[in-house]
Design a protein around this ligand. Sequence first.
Ligand SMILES: *Cc1c(COP(=O)(O)O)cnc(C)c1O
Length: 618
Amino acid sequence: MVDYGIEYWGKDDFIIEDGQVKVNYKSKPALINIVKQVREEGYRGPLLVRFPHLMKKQVEKIFTSFENSIKEYHYKGKFKAVFPIKVNHYPNFILPLMENTTHRCYGLEAGSKSELIIAMAYTNDNAPITVNGFKDKEMISLGFIAAKMGHDITLTIEGLNELETIIEVAKTLGKPYPKIGLRIRLHSTGIGIWAKSGGINSKFGLTASELVEAISLLRKNDLLNKFTMIHFHIGSQISDISPLKKALREAGNIYAELRKMGAKNLNNVNIGGGLAVEYAQHENQQNRNYTLAEFSGDVVFTLKEIAKNKKEPEPNIFIESGRYVSASHAVLIAPVLELFSQDYDEKSLHLKDKNPPLVEELVDLYNTINERYAIEYLHDSLEHMESLLTLFDLGYIDLQDRSNTEVLVHLIIKKVIKTLKHKNHSDIIRIQEQVQERYLLNCSFFQSLPDYWGLEQKFPVIPLDRLNRRPTRSASLWDITCDSDGEVAFDKNAPLFLHDIDINQEEYFVGFFLVGAYQEVLGMRHNLFTHPTEFSVVFDEEEGGYKIENLLESQTILDVLEDLDYDTKEIERSLKQRLEDSKEISEDAKKEVLGQLYIMLSENGYLRTVFKNGGEKS
Ligand SMILES: *Cc1c(COP(=O)(O)O)cnc(C)c1O
């Protein structure tokens, strides 16, 4: 697996060339060079790199695919889309997304008051806003204000009480009214780990009898002409297209029936989100069984059939894809701080004049490893280690013997791997689980990959360079939180190999891809590690070169504490006072320590380590 499955997850967004991961756009810069450029400015710790051209690319793909399907089936409805803000609500995502899609009918979806404010401020002119989720009177009034500003806004009703509030607000605020949508409760459900948004027991939507009731309420209050959309959302990351088709048939028929009941302005079917992203890094582990073209074709075809059978006009199609639009735009880059076994070198071996016989055997194995018997020797040494550890527990060997055992076994593992490097890789694969290397990464999985922790969602991982060298170490990844869940464990069904490097001499960076959807917004400050330093790589469309923009440094320790509502002035005062009261150090030293403290408080909390030769790293 030297290409790390880039053809599956990278599509043609990223490529491997000259042993480096490169952005497959314009001047095709290597990620490692972008990283080095930013680090030269003194930024340390993990980096989140955004690529606005990939936001645009995904939106274009969706529009092109639906436009092609519409043409193919001579479909009469139009295609429109919105981005659900909850998937990535950061300004460095939302603003470039809107700037890059002005030529499309592409707006925003809001699910809370704060999101609605973002949508009202940043949705492009003539692009739609849809509002889902539970709403109170204030939020509904906000929707009316948006309509008065000239926004094309649809409030999607999740329950009859919301409709009653709309009727009430309409009386006080008057025209223009926002458009009204109804979220329908389907009996079809999605599948996969996120499939909780559909089905008869789902949290959202109106049942058939509530829909009938809603129509009569709308008619009675002279609002039926504002009812223009039905909406459903069967859950995120739809892996199989058949539940979607089933949901579409159900929704299409509801659309036609509601029109027959007199909802003559109902002309939009909003199919929600759920378009899946391919995260797989290995053959035969793909996350979805359909292409975008198949998806759009099925949607258009199904709605066309229903409209024809029921003799109703073909509705406009709305989509609210979040994951598919945003996942690929962001890459998390983590510097490797340490290889767990790196300290096990020959210098740490302190053999005695007389060693326990099994230790002597380990020495012998180490000195005589050859290609032919390498695996056998490795197994022998692992067995010897087990025996020696038991001897230690029983009190027969001392700590020095135990240390020599650990060092020797690590040396043997490394030598075996080196010996087999040019041979059949499957030999190494056979022993991979027993001899993993642990790579300590300067990042927090809780902050930057929360779905890995919460849902075991895998993200593609790849080192940024050395890709023309075969990686030999089966790897598990550790983050710097003090939590044993902060680990991406080695998985023999989806093995990860990394390079054997001397981290005291060389830098090594690992990239996690497709982290632009949900990860940033769900990330948590476990151990008070905050969001990484982030920036956008913006390409010059004519010249092809790129610029670093929107650089936002990771929060300082003081800022993090202030966000938690600590009184940071008091913290500073208290630290100073305690230092002044201390009798342990001289007055001069106190000043120096205080200076150091202040510098630390103004830096971010990620680790700053140095090369053994003194140069700064990580
Ligand atoms: C979350 C959500 C979406 C986005 O789903 P994706 O799987 O990210 O495309 C769309 N619509 C609604 C109503 C949602 O709640």
